[in-house]
Design a binder for this molecule. Structure first.
Ligand code: HEM
Length: 441
């Protein structure tokens, strides 16, 4: 039984990642930039010069596998175009062998980029799912969460200050726990499970990348399955004890037959949970690192705190937590005057678009007063524009303000480690010395 489960998983891996891994690896060895951006660890660590080089090659660069762009106008046009979608439709007349392999692969896990995830479906399903959860993330709902987020930040900083010694890992003790606690409370999930959610979330985050190794694929499937099983049990708890939270409302919508299948319900819930803490952690971690590297910019914020909102935009721009996304042409079309045929995959390098010199002057400079910082597309554009953008901005500002108010002399303590993921960019570990805590007068 376990053996056939393993064999099915191998087939799923081969179809979803193995083939891409092989083709992309070969193209990368031949020097193709788009492919190197996917697999070369050195490029991954510092992708920005490579985005510049790719941008210089053209508006849409053909890597033989997909078209890629690091241009701001191209990315924005594709993301807003109705000629592009996220749904990879299987061709009607799939070759027999592929059809057989698909069947032999068994059931796919309900990952964040597998249908029926909101991220992976086009209208009308996308419209239906999004409508169910939009209200919970409205500007008004986010404003109401600010005070609670400030309390959570203060509580975590108290714990850090109370630890023996004056070094800490900012990711483990702060940047990850703050958004995890906020989203767990929003979803009526037990806050004491935050660390478990973070572990499952790290596995789910891997699944965003194409061309995974079998080991990473297996880990991501097992973590997603564990999260899925936990979620099904959690729905039962919410049915018995509904609370004033989004998931209780979704479970009720499902129970009342609001055209939502159990897979749809689970997928929405898992996306909210995982998106809630797998992305904002990177904004907080990278934002803290940027301010430690640029004390002059921190000084600007200390004297002019009204600039914090713009500073968050600038952090999202220079260290975009989501570095890339993709779309598929639904029909023959044009992008910025360039013809694109139906079925073509277009990779949009958000991290590159956010450093496009046509939009951002001196784009590699981190400047919290930059007037055009808000033109970044870190939260995407068009119908899939991040549902949690307002929440993430609020969490980022509250977290970083509270951190630097409490520890204004925060400095790096030893080497930081980046996460191994390609779509998501951020730190896995960021050791810091707290130095001196600010004591209220
Ligand atoms: C700094 C933090 C965050 C960043 C940079 C970010 C980025 C993004 C991006 C780029 C997309 C669209 C991807 C595409 O167009 O293909 C997206 C979608 C989404 N995000 Fe976020 N996100 C963040 C935080 C959050 C939070 C806190 C939540 C809420 C729980 C959230 C929930 C979602 C959802 C549900 C979608 C799917 C929207 C749709 O398909 O209509 N995100 N996010």
């Amino acid at each position: 039984m376990a053996g056939s489960r393993g064999a099915r998983r191998r087939i799923r891996w081969a179809l979803r990642h193995g083939i891409i891994r092989r083709v992309v690896g070969k193209r990368a060895r031949e020097g193709d930039l788009g492919a190197r951006l996917m697999v070369d660890p050195a490029v991954l660590a510092q992708p920005f010069p490579h985005y510049d080089a790719l941008r210089a090659q053209g508006r849409l660069v053909n890597s033989g596998i997909a078209l890629a762009s690091a241009h701001h106008d191209v990315a924005t046009e594709v993301l807003r175009s109705q000629d592009f979608g996220v749904g990879m439709r299987m061709p009607e007349n799939l070759p027999g062998i592929l059809n057989l392999a698909l069947k032999a692969g068994g059931r796919w896990t309900l990952g964040p980029i597998e249908p029926p995830s909101m991220l992976a479906v086009d209208p009308p399903d996308h419209t239906r799912y999004r409508k169910l959860v939009t209200r919970a993330f409205s500007a008004r709902a986010v404003a109401a969460l600010r005070t609670r987020t400030e309390e959570i930040a203060a509580g975590l900083l108290d714990q850090i200050a109370a630890k023996p010694g004056d070094t800490t890992d900012l990711i483990d003790d702060y940047a990850s726990l703050l958004p995890a606690t906020v989203i767990a409370e929003m979803l009526g999930a037990p806050v004491e499970m935050s660390r478990q959610f973070l572990k499952w979330g790290a596995g789910a985050a891997l699944s965003l990348d194409a061309g995974l190794s079998y080991r990473d694929f297996k880990r991501s499937e097992l973590d997603i399955d564990a999260l899925n099983s936990w979620m099904l049990g959690h729905f039962e708890t919410l049915r018995r004890n509904p609370g004033d939270n989004i998931l209780s409302a979704l479970v009720t919508a499902y129970d009342e037959g609001d055209r939502l299948t159990e897979d749809e319900l689970t997928s929405i819930a898992m996306l909210l949970l995982a998106a809630g803490f797998e992305t904002t952690v990177n904004l907080i971690g990278s934002g803290a690192a940027l301010l430690m590297e640029h004390p002059d910019q921190l000084a600007v914020l200390q004297t002019e705190p009204e600039r914090w909102g713009n500073a968050i935009e600038e952090m999202l721009r220079v260290e975009s937590p989501v570095q890339r996304t993709g779309r598929v042409a639904r029909r023959d079309t044009e992008v910025c005057g360039i013809p694109v045929t139906a079925g073509t995959v277009v990779v949009l390098l958000i991290g590159g678009a956010n450093r496009d010199p046509e939009v951002f002057t001196d784009p590699h400079r981190f400047d919290v007063t930059r007037p055009e910082a808000g033109q970044n597309i870190a939260f995407s554009s068009g119908i899939h524009y991040c549902l949690g953008a307002g929440l993430a901005r609020m969490e980022g500002e509250v977290a970083l303000r509270a951190l630097f108010d409490r520890f204004p002399d925060l400095t790096p303590a030893g080497p930081a480690h980046r996460r191994p993921t390609r779509v998501l960019r951020g730190y896995e570990a960021l050791p810091v010395t707290l130095t001196r805590a600010w004591v209220p007068a």
